[in-house]
Design a protein around this ligand. Structure first.
Ligand code: C5P
Length: 207
């Protein structure tokens, strides 16, 4: 069974995807990490994330980078959003994601274009969303816990900029796929959102 989970930053899609993977006993891939690794690598090598050649060269990042906590920072998220605009970068990361989805038994993948581009044939598709205010608050709490010195205003501005880039780009923009179930987590505690997601997957796969 392939489960596709898409949605904007801090919508809760990562938490939900990990919980679905545990519940259904499937491997999970956070595809945002791949774009974060490219963003981190391009900056580390002194390249320009807005230049396609520099961003493309960074898609050959070493696998061990995926475990680096530096990828989780807001700054790396912003770099990821910039490199992900280039269709060439998206194409270079595509096969890796498709191979992961094609494992025997299936997988859970979360990102922006899983149900629209990477695995349109997924057995279950969820589009997770939440208001900008609730996403910014969650991200703020997460970042403070991680010891990052950030303000709520800067997080909200960053989220809005990233949303605009992710939805307006011409290559695989963020959108709810046809057949994807919408789950708004603004007012839901994590365990309630997870239970709702499990119920939606069960309903989709029972059809
Ligand atoms: O989900 P996360 O915040 O880690 O993603 C970082 C950035 O990578 C996003 O803002 C988005 O621009 C990009 N991304 C993407 N397609 C994906 C996953 C992430 O374009 N499937």
């Amino acid at each position: 069974m392939i489960i596709a989970v898409d949605g904007p930053t801090a919508s809760g899609k990562g938490t939900i995807a990990r919980a679905l993977a545990r519940h259904f006993g499937l491997p999970h891939l956070d595809t945002g990490l791949l774009y974060r690794a490219v963003g981190w690598q391009v900056a580390a090598s002194g390249g320009d994330p807005d230049q396609v050649a520099d961003a493309l060269a960074a898609t050959t990042f070493p696998d061990r980078l995926l475990a680096d906590p530096a990828l989780r920072s807001e700054a790396t998220g912003a770099l990821a959003s910039r490199v992900s605009i280039h269709p060439e970068v998206r194409a270079a990361l595509m096969q890796r994601q498709r191979d992961f989805a094609a494992q025997p038994g299936g997988a859970v993948l979360d990102g922006r274009d899983i149900a629209t581009v990477i695995a349109p044939h997924a057995d279950a598709k969820l589009f997770i969303t939440a208001s900008v205010a609730s996403r910014a608050l969650r991200r703020y709490i997460e970042m403070r816990k991680a010891g990052e010195d950030v303000s709520r205003e800067s997080i909200e501005a960053d989220l809005a900029a990233r949303d605009a880039r992710d939805t307006a780009r011409s290559a695989a923009p963020l959108r709810q796929a046809e057949g994807a179930a919408l789950l708004d987590t603004s007012a839901l505690p994590p365990e309630v959102a997870i239970a709702a997601a499990i119920a939606l997957v069960e309903k989709q796969t029972a059809r």
